[in-house]
Design a protein around this ligand. Structure first.
Ligand SMILES: [Fe+2]
Length: 194
């Protein structure tokens, strides 16, 4: 699975759109979590990481009209040299969202798709939990994160059912949480956490 561009070029694409700080943090966290998940699954961390980084590549351009989210992504990714397989995996993280007319009735069928959807969704929960802990992630534990996962009122926008899809990719929820905390710790300085 070859990538047509390097990480710095992917960052360049994202930054050229003037993303909000919060969105950029989401992309970087998704990348970090996906890399750890790849290692756990015995897959390619660079490829998984790139999917995490670029999964919302058109978000800044479409967020004012949510139903158009992921309609511009194929064109942007194709132009950057990504193949159809990569593009389809990116689109798959929007499957099931009632706001997205083209994708709402589709279902994910591949391990890499479940991994992406679960990982990127979990970033919202971890970030909210980190803020609650005074931005501290260096001593965050799976147990604490799991408690927040079970508390449906906490970061209610993070769909627990999508996070659970990680089990279809062959990892347990605990393994995903472990990967996620590990990944986020590695980039904590970059995303303003401690
Ligand atoms: Fe996302």
């Amino acid at each position: 699975m070859k990538l047509p561009i390097i990480r710095a070029q992917a960052i360049e694409i994202l930054k050229s759109q003037n993303p909000e700080e919060f969105d950029l943090i989401h992309y970087l966290m998704s990348e970090a979590v996906m890399k750890e998940v790849a290692l756990k699954m015995g897959e390619d961390p660079e490829y998984f990481g790139m999917l995490g980084l670029l999964h919302d590549v058109d978000w800044t351009l479409t967020k004012s009209d949510v139903k158009t989210h992921l309609t511009k992504a194929p064109e942007i990714l194709k132009e950057a040299g990504f193949d159809e397989e990569f593009i389809q995996i990116v689109l798959s993280h929007g499957y099931g969202f009632k706001e997205l007319p083209e994708l709402k009735d589709k279902v994910r069928t591949k391990k890499i798709e479940w991994a992406l959807a679960a990982s990127e969704t979990l970033t919202g929960l971890i970030y909210a939990y980190a803020l609650m802990r005074g931005k501290k992630v260096s001593d965050m534990e799976v147990k604490g994160l799991k408690k927040k996962f079970k508390d449906k009122a906490f970061a209610a926008g993070c769909d627990r059912e999508i996070i659970k899809e990680i089990e279809k990719a062959g990892l347990t929820i605990d393994e995903l949480f472990g990967c996620a905390i590990e990944g986020v710790k590695k980039i904590k300085d970059e995303i303003g956490l401690e």
